[in-house]
Design a binder for this molecule. Structure first.
Ligand code: GLY
Length: 337
């Protein structure tokens, strides 16, 4: 029997789910199953403050989640935005893809759908994120709790500094501009199964302490997520508004369709951000070509992703390619213009 190469890749906090994802693919499970189950593990990890349970809430202290999934075999997709009270938004997104004619359900409608489909409910706010939100609102500063670690204290300090700037600010545009760059996180999972089918999934609690109802790129097909078996797939992390304005994942897959390598597609997608100048912000893109080669590029240094394959099933940490947009801007290099 010839073992076909299977691949799964994910962004920084995906390492807890990837061993199960690669195992599923090596047992000939579909890329869609592997992506959903891997993302569920990341969503269920309460130590990740950017996705699912334990994700940081909006300004009102409510956790609103966004997720999407795309099947590269059929180009079908499903997505939810601003869903509250459901444990695994990626599973709701998959049900939308497979059991409705729709692509995107939002807010209460998404919750009603999830209820009808019997999706599991959960209180997404943890002791940690509830305290953090309340302490910020009450202006108490950074309080060390019994459950805090060195790492959570550092994260708290970072959030506190940006939140402090926010509450002093009455100008939403100015607040957003100062705040957005260090307050987001998302999980991207790309997989290729033993049939050669590709799937891409994304899940996030979005911008922390966001304006209620704000949705980013993650539930927008073409922006934060795109997959097409014929060419490959791409997904994004970072400032959702910038990713949406460029339809960045679609740019990368379009590049692949024109013969670019995964590396060229990822770099060109990040380069396209120059077209938004003077608007700027952190964005990374994870790209897989149709052969299962994976690359990530981003516009900040020292970022990484995880890769597991049938040849090397233990998830390996890989560096993202740094694209220096400051240099490109000086040369007037863009993508669309
Ligand atoms: N990229 C995630 C967000 O902006 O919500």
């Amino acid at each position: 029997m010839i073992l076909k190469k299977v691949v799964i890749a994910g962004t920084i906090r995906a390492d807890n789910g990837l061993p199960m994802g690669i195992k599923m693919l090596m047992e000939d499970r579909s890329a869609i199953d592997a992506v959903e189950e891997t993302i569920k593990m990341v969503e269920d990890n309460t130590d990740d403050w950017t996705v699912g349970s334990g994700g940081l809430p909006n300004l009102l202290g409510e956790v609103e989640l966004d997720a999407s999934i795309m099947d590269g075999r059929t180009l079908k997709a499903g997505a939810v935005a601003g869903i509250k009270g459901y444990k695994n938004p990626i599973s709701v997104a998959r049900k939308i893809m497979e059991e409705t004619p729709h692509v995107l359900l939002v807010g209460e409608g998404a919750e009603q759908f999830a209820q009808v489909m019997g999706c599991e409910k959960a209180d997404l706010l943890t002791e940690n994120t509830r305290d953090l939100h309340r302490d910020f609102l009450e202006g108490k500063g950074i309080i060390e709790k019994s459950y805090d670690t060195e790492e959570t204290m550092k994260t708290k300090e970072r959030y506190f500094k940006s939140f402090q700037r926010m509450v002093k600010d009455s100008n939403l545009m100015e607040w957003y501009d100062r705040y957005v760059h260090s307050n987001h996180g998302t999980v991207n999972i790309l997989a290729k199964d033993s049939n050669g089918d590709i799937c891409c999934g994304v899940s996030t609690s979005g911008l922390s302490f966001k304006f209620p109802g704000r949705a980013g790129d993650s539930p927008i097909i073409g922006a934060g997520n795109y997959a097409d078996n014929r060419y490959g797939a791409a997904a994004c992390v970072g400032v959702g508004e910038l990713v949406m304005r460029l339809a960045l994942a679609r740019i990368a897959v379009y590049e692949l369709s024109k013969g670019a390598t995964a590396e060229e597609a990822a770099i060109n997608a990040i380069k396209s951000m120059v077209d938004l100048a003077p608007d700027k912000g952190s964005v990374s893109i994870l790209v897989m070509d149709k052969e299962g080669n994976v690359v990530a590029a981003c516009n900040w240094k020292d970022y990484y992703y995880w890769l597991a394959t049938s040849e090397n099933p233990t998830p390996e940490k890989k560096d993202c390619i740094f694209v220096d947009l400051e240099l490109l801007e000086k040369d007037g290099v863009g993508y669309h213009r």
